[in-house]
Design a protein around this ligand. Structure first.
Ligand SMILES: [Zn+2]
Length: 120
């Protein structure tokens, strides 16, 4: 195993910090007063409440970042529960290559392709 790469739990913590910082910066320096107010609101609340406030108050421009924040928080929860890295459908371990690509992925390759073929 390579010692250069962060482990998955460290990656999630790092990405969480990055996404929160990006959200704060965008709200803070936005030209929209509403966004600046939301920035102030978030500062008064614990990070664990941010997704709820952002869902209620942030516009469509922030949706992608908020979605990412929510996925990362859910993934961090899975570490606490000892469920990280297991497929949400078949409960088999998710392939490392998939997790390395996106640490918040919820399904193994097999279930993901099943899901896609059903959706078509
Ligand atoms: Zn699966």
């Amino acid at each position: 195993m390579s010692t250069e790469t962060l482990d998955f739990e460290e990656q999630v913590a790092l990405q969480l910090a990055q996404v929160r910082e990006e959200l704060l910066n965008r709200l803070r320096y936005s030209n929209v007063v509403h966004d600046n107010k939301l920035f102030a609101l978030l500062n008064e609340h614990p990070e664990s409440d941010w997704v709820a406030h952002l869902r209620d108050y942030s516009g469509p421009n922030y949706k992608e970042l908020v979605d990412k924040l929510e996925r990362l928080e859910a993934t961090q929860c899975q570490f606490d529960l000892g469920l990280f890295g297991f497929c949400s459908d078949c409960e088999e371990p998710i392939e490392d290559t998939r997790l390395e690509h996106d640490v918040t992925v919820q399904r193994c390759q097999h279930c993901e392709s099943q899901l896609k073929s059903r959706a078509q």
